[in-house]
Ligand binder design. Sequence first.
Ligand SMILES: [Zn+2]
Ligand SMILES: [Zn+2]
Length: 194
Amino acid sequence: MDFSDVVRFHGHACPGLALGFRAAQAALGALGRKRSADEELVAIVENNSCAVDAIQVMLGCTFGKGNLIFRDYGKQVYTVLQRPSAEAVRLAVIWEAPPERPEEKAAWEKYAAGSRDPDIVRVVHARKGAKVQAVLAADEEALFRISSMMVALPEPARIYPSLRCGRCGEKVMAPRAREREGQVLCIPCAEESS
Ligand SMILES: [Zn+2]
Ligand SMILES: [Zn+2]
């Protein structure tokens, strides 16, 4: 897996994706030495930005497999742990983009306000491309504060029975069902009826 695989999955190259790519590489580097074939990685991500797509591709930690855990803290922090040892590495992004030149700042402000003038777009894209390259070329220590730890393991994915919602008739997994006046309801129906 290299950066082009990640870009193909995500749909474009951007600085956030590059940071996620480097975070995944750093996590593999930190854990990899001890990693054995039957160990599984779990990623705990504290944002749902572009970076997380790189984490999914590089680490095989996906929403569907249950080994991608989203904590909505709005932080650029990625913790990767391996089962069953519970060894983990935490990566906190510390990278600062090189300061914008005045013309870049002016172009960005116009772009953010909706301008798609070709000259403006060119400057914005060039700045973005330069940031991607800077992230890809940076030393790991300039990108992340890296710490090793042991993390309590999240519960492995479980399979629950389905119940049928008394209002819309659609199936809902038991722990997400709500009871309203003796009726079993799915969350959208329960919220509508309250
Ligand atoms: Zn992106
Ligand atoms: Zn329902």
